[in-house]
Ligand binder design. Structure first.
Ligand code: 3HC
Length: 311
């Protein structure tokens, strides 16, 4: 049974009002936002690793500069989102500690390796494509700081997807070897990209409440379907084949019928048993430890400065 405060809060949400950090909010709303925004931020930061792996090996200086700009953008997206989470009373250090302790997640997709240059094209085209599909509706989320972070992030994401699709166009239209490499990248990234939208709606533990609070605007399956409907024609344009023999246009529903990802694989990856889980978390913990002296130096300097001001 809702309390008067909870009922008034839900009416604000239903009227489409933005909730701001100093407004009253149910504890569950705050906790859900910390979980989702924190894991979204972690995804941006860990997501830099698969692409960073190719900055030193990009085929041209131009591709290197583009990839460098994109990876830098992801770092900035992580910072916007950690800032949004801080408005809920949780510090960045706490969130990062929970990630390193395996108590918070990042997007499953980043536990897959980037084995060839075509993978960098597939990541931009499919992974950022899926991220855009998921983030565009989140611009209308009820929590003000999260909504504003999403608006800013979405402005940069379209460049991320376009540069990836451009790599795929070059390779799919290139030599036989390049086209095979592009097809191989699509084969390996197709199903993990579908997993980015989360489990099927019937297995989604948070969707109902998150949608009531407008923390989630569409269901997982709705966005996955939209992603497939948008991406299949792009694959056809590239002359590549989506690795799903059961994919076919369904006139009645006005969308494609397609095979679901292997949900056992999905839950295994979430448990930490994906191809790169240890490597990714290890890289993050190492970066955190290697950078400790910089943070300590900055804090000592800031303390000295603040004492000087008082004196
Ligand atoms: N990877 C890891 N964990 C996932 C997941 C995925 N692809 N999909 C779902 N999960 C987790 C959920 O976090 C939840 O676990 P938790 O309770 O420990 O948090 C559990 O699986 C059940 O899933 P639900 O559908 O019930 O959970 P949500 O309602 O939170 O929905 C979500 C999952 C759709 C990912 C939602 O949290 C969301 O929209 N998050 C914000 C967007 C986001 O994080 N995107 C990451 C994409 S990568 C990215 O943005 C970087 C880009 O620049 C490339």
């Amino acid at each position: 049974e809702m309390s008067a405060e909870e009922r008034a809060f839900q009416e604000r949400i239903d009227r489409g009002e933005k909730i701001e950090p100093t407004d009253w909010m149910p504890e569950g709303y705050r906790k859900t936002l910390i979980r989702q925004i924190g894991q979204h931020a972690h995804s941006e930061i860990v997501g830099q690793l698969p692409e960073g792996n190719w900055i030193t090996r990009a085929p041209t200086l131009e591709r290197k500069a583009i990839l460098l700009a994109k990876v830098q953008d992801e770092a900035g997206h992580g910072l916007y989102l950690y800032c949004a989470a801080e408005t809920l009373g949780v510090s960045r250090d706490e969130l990062i500690e929970l990630l390193h302790a395996g108590k918070m997640k990042y997007s499953s997709i980043f536990n897959y390796p980037t084995l060839t240059w075509a993978d960098i094209g597939a990541v931009g085209w499919l992974v950022d494509g899926a991220a855009i599909m998921n983030q565009v509706p989140l611009q209308r989320t009820s929590y003000g700081p999260y909504s504003r972070a999403m608006i800013r992030i979405c402005k940069e994401e379209s460049f991320h997807q376009r540069q990836g699709f451009d790599i795929m166009m070059k390779m799919a239209g290139g030599s036989e070897a390049q086209k095979r490499m592009a097809q191989d990248a699509l084969d390996r990234f197709w199903y993990p990209s579908l997993m980015m939208f989360g489990p099927s709606d019937k297995d989604s533990v948070h969707s109902a409440q998150s949608m009531a609070w407008k923390i989630k605007i569409n269901t997982n399956d709705e966005l996955r379907q939209k992603f497939v409907d948008q991406t299949v024609p792009q694959a056809e344009y590239l002359g590549l084949t989506v690795p799903d023999p059961d994919l076919k246009w369904n006139e009645d529903k006005g969308g494609y019928d397609f095979s679901e990802p292997d949900w056992n694989e999905f839950f295994e990856v979430l448990k930490g048993n994906g191809p790169c889980n240890e490597e990714r978390l290890g890289a993050r913990v190492k970066a955190w430890e290697d950078g400790a002296w910089v943070r300590e130096g900055l804090m000592a300097h800031a303390d000295k400065r603040s004492v000087a001001k008082v004196a």
